[in-house]
Design a protein around this ligand. Structure first.
Ligand code: MRU
Length: 347
C-alpha cells in the first residue's frame, strides 16, 4: 500500500537484513527498522515493531532464513545446531499467532537443505501472504452491501500482513468501488492498534471512519448503527473456534444478540487444524505496563509514556481471546468464504 504516494510493504528482506515499518512509532512517526540478524528480528517480534498474524509469520520465516545465512560457514553439525536453536528462539517470541509457527517450521525444513533454499522459501511465504490478502479483499467485498456501516477490532490491515491485510482488504476494495461505506474502529486497548494503526491506514486510503471506545460497540449495535463486523484472526482451529485480539469475543456475543453478521477474515496459513478446539490455544499474556501506561505525543510532538491507572495497582493483560465457532457467520479466506463447520473442505 502507499504512504505519501510511495509503495511500501510492511516487512521485506534484502540481502541479510530484514526491513520493517516500526509500528511502535505509528501513527506519530513513519520509520523503517533494519534488523541485521535473527536475534534482532526475534526482539522486533517480541516488542511488536512488527505485529499481526501475517507480519509476525513472515518475519519469523525471514528470521529463520537469516539464521541459516549466519550459520552457513559452520560445519554441518554446528550448522544444524545453530538453525535448530534459532527455530526454538523464534518460536518462543509470541505464542498465539499460527502463522509464526507455520512459517518458521517451513523455512527450517528448507534450511536443512541449504541457506539458499531457506531464503527462497521465506520469500515465497511473504509473496503468498500478500497474494492471499488481495484475494480475501475480492471475496470479502462480495458481502459488503452499498452504504454499509462496518465495525472492526484491532488492526487486521496491511500493517498486520505484508500488504492489503485481511479484515481491511475487503473494506479497501468496497471503498474503491464507491460503495459509500463507513467504518467504526474499536480503539483496542491496551495497545490501541485500532486507534493508532487501523485509523492511520483508513485515513491514508480515504475510507470514512470514526474511532470508538471499545465499550461503545454494543450500544451502536443496539441503535442499528452497525450492519456488519469483520475482524482478523491469529489462529483458527479445526472446529472453527478462533483466537483474535482481546475484546473480539464480546463483540461476537453482542453481534449474535443483535443478529449482526460477524465475519472473520484470515488466510489459510492462520488455520491450525491439528488443534481440535479453542480450549487448547495458548493465549499470550503481555506486560501489565501495557495497561498501566499509555503512549502518545505531547504538545512538542514527542512520544511520551504516561501512567493512566491508580499508582501501585497491578494489572492482568491477556492479549487474545477465543470466539466460539457458533458465533462466527463465516470465514473469508483466499479460497472463498466458508462456514466454520466446513473448514475440513478446504484442507
Ligand atoms: O498483538 P498483535 O497486534 O500482533 O495482534 C494480532 C492482531 O493484529 C489482531 O489480533 C488481528 O485482529 C489479527 S492478526 C491480523
Amino acid at each position: 500500500m502507499k504512504v505519501d504516494n510511495k509503495y511500501y510493504q510492511t516487512v521485506w528482506m534484502e540481502g541479510t537484513s530484514i526491513y520493517m515499518i516500526e509500528q511502535n512509532l505509528l501513527p506519530f512517526e513513519f520509520k523503517i527498522f533494519e534488523s541485521k540478524n535473527y536475534l534482532q528480528t526475534c526482539d522486533a517480534i517480541k516488542t511488536m515493531i512488527v505485529r499481526g498474524a501475517g507480519g509476525v509469520g513472515v518475519s519469523a520465516g525471514f528470521a529463520m532464513a537469516q539464521a541459516s545465512i549466519e550459520a552457513s560457514n559452520l560445519s554441518k553439525e554446528k550448522y544444524n545446531n545453530y538453525v535448530y536453536t534459532a527455530l526454538k528462539n523464534i518460536q518462543a517470541t509470541r505464542p498465539t499467532a499460527q502463522n509464526l509457527f507455520m512459517a518458521s517450521d517451513k523455512v527450517y525444513e528448507k534450511s536443512l537443505i541449504s541457506s539458499e533454499e531457506a531464503i527462497l522459501e521465506a520469500q515465497k511465504i511473504a509473496k503468498e501472504d500478500a497474494w492471499a490478502s488481495k484475494k480475501i479483499g475480492e471475496y470479502g467485498n462480495e458481502i459488503i452491501k452499498p452504504n454499509s456501516k462496518i465495525a472492526t477490532h484491532c488492526n487486521a490491515g496491511w500493517l498486520a500482513f505484508v500488504d492489503y491485510g485481511t479484515a481491511l482488504s475487503p473494506i479497501y476494495k468496497a471503498n474503491k468501488e464507491g460503495k459509500n461505506i463507513f467504518v467504526w474502529v474499536d480503539e483496542t486497548r491496551p495497545r490501541s492498534q485500532g486507534a493508532r494503526l487501523t485509523a492511520w491506514e483508513l485515513r491514508n486510503e480515504n475510507v470514512p471512519h470514526k474511532i470508538i471506545a471499545d465499550n461503545a460497540t454494543a450500544h451502536l449495535m443496539s441503535r442499528g448503527e452497525i450492519d456488519l463486523i469483520i475482524t482478523g484472526a491469529d489462529r483458527i482451529v479445526a472446529n472453527g473456534d478462533t483466537a483474535n485480539k482481546i475484546g473480539t469475543l464480546e463483540k461476537a456475543i453482542a453481534a449474535n444478540y443483535y443478529n449482526i453478521p460477524f465475519y472473520i477474515a484470515a488466510p489459510t496459513s492462520t488455520f491450525d487444524i491439528k488443534t481440535k478446539t479453542g480450549k487448547d490455544i495458548i493465549i499470550e499474556e503481555r506486560s501489565e505496563d501495557e495497561i498501566l501506561y499509555q503512549k502518545g505525543v505531547n504538545s512538542d510532538n514527542k512520544i511520551e509514556k504516561i501512567l493512566v491507572a491508580s499508582p501501585g495497582s497491578r494489572a492482568f493483560n491477556p492479549a487474545f481471546d477465543v470466539t466460539p465457532a457458533e458465533l462466527i457467520t463465516g470465514i473469508i479466506t483466499e479460497k472463498g468464504i466458508i462456514k466454520p463447520e466446513n473448514i475440513s473442505e478446504i484442507f
